[in-house]
Design a binder for this molecule. Structure first.
Ligand SMILES: NC(=O)c1ccc[n+]([C@@H]2O[C@H](COP(=O)([O-])OP(=O)(O)OC[C@H]3O[C@@H](n4cnc5c(N)ncnc54)[C@H](OP(=O)(O)O)[C@@H]3O)[C@@H](O)[C@H]2O)c1
Length: 294
């Protein structure tokens, strides 16, 4: 709040729940539905998400339906996601799970290594974050494909678009990165059917949302030997339940939704700039289309 107030001189910035008279609130920055019924803020002009995802706002039946929703687009977020995805793609590409297993048994053995150009990485969701990851992987020489609603047009990336192209996209993929937004169309998209379309011994990096993945179907695909590994940053229930099998599964790496964290120093200027634009009658960055869900 202090940082946002400093970035918005002349504007009264308050922290929930000390928001004062509801009718005086014009802009709200939020994560989740902690603020309850947002319709009581009768003069609300914009709802800012404190993250890239907006399903927590769009899915809230108590949101004022005509108030624009704006997602967070900030450079630190993008950099964080690129770091995380790159780290895990390289982890699988360089066969680190197998070397870790060897180390546990004191085994010194070189394994064959393919060149990046022979490693097929597939990115689901070629938006702000997926594109950033794809560009870096292409620069490192990986064979990268992207899947989105409209055909991706990134130089060096093989593009696939729409449900009809999903099977072909998955069939070529050895390392799958999920960076889709959660919408009615994408919920549960990573299920037994789609996981079975991946190459044998493929690995999954799920950094989209937990509810993209049918968790039991992933466990079955790992246990059957079809998939070799999974890195999961997001879960159907967060925090992940203490007794969830993912915690101890030998092929699963769990992180607590930290792939791209919202950092104060870059999120605050992004929100402040959008407030400035809105007040100046200029288009804001990251306005969401509620009909599409992202
Ligand atoms: N784990 C974390 O820490 C973390 C942090 C930030 C974000 N995220 C997740 O990452 C997601 C993506 O963020 P972003 O900023 O890159 O979003 P974005 O810029 O809105 O991009 C979304 C991409 O998904 C594609 N897409 C949407 N619905 C689709 C569908 N039904 N079929 C095929 N493709 C579809 C879009 O296709 P078009 O290009 O054709 O529109 C677009 O390429 C967020 O929504 C959030 O869930 C996770």
């Amino acid at each position: 709040v202090t940082a946002l107030a400093a970035a918005l001189p002349g504007i009264d910035v308050r922290a929930w729940p000390d928001t004062g008279e509801p009718a005086a609130v014009e802009y709200a920055s939020l994560w989740g539905d902690a603020a309850g019924d947002m319709r009581r803020f009768a003069n609300l002009k914009v709802l800012f998400s404190l993250g890239a995802g907006v399903e927590h706002i769009l899915g809230n039946p108590l949101r004022p339906p005509d108030v624009p929703v704006v997602r967070l687009i900030d450079p630190a977020h993008r950099t964080g996601m690129i770091e995380y995805v790159l780290m895990r793609v390289l982890h699988y590409h360089r066969r680190m799970p197998e070397y870790a297993a060897q180390q546990a048994q004191g085994i010194w053995r070189e394994r064959s290594q393919c060149a990046p150009g022979d490693r097929r990485v597939g990115i689901m969701g070629m938006g702000e974050l997926g594109t950033g990851c794809a560009e870096i992987l292409v620069r490192l020489g990986f064979d990268v494909a992207g899947w989105s609603r409209s055909p991706p047009t990134i130089v060096g990336v093989t593009g696939f678009a729409g449900r009809d192209a999903l099977a072909a996209f998955l069939a070529r993929t050895e390392i799958l990165v999920n960076l889709l937004p959660l919408t009615p169309e994408t919920v549960g998209i990573l299920d037994a059917g789609t996981l079975a379309m991946l190459q044998k011994n493929a690995c999954l990096i799920n950094v989209g949302r937990g509810r993209h993945l049918v968790e039991g179907d992933l466990l079955a695909a790992l246990d059957s030997g079809h998939l070799a590994g999974a890195t999961l940053d997001v879960f159907c229930t967060e925090p992940l339940q203490k007794d969830h099998p993912f915690w101890t599964h030998p092929k699963v790496t769990v992180t607590p939704h930290i792939a791209a964290m919202t950092l104060l120093q870059s999120a605050v200027p992004a929100i402040a700039e959008n407030v400035r634009r809105h007040r100046a009658g200029e288009p804001m960055v990251g306005v969401v289309d509620p009909a599409r869900g992202y």
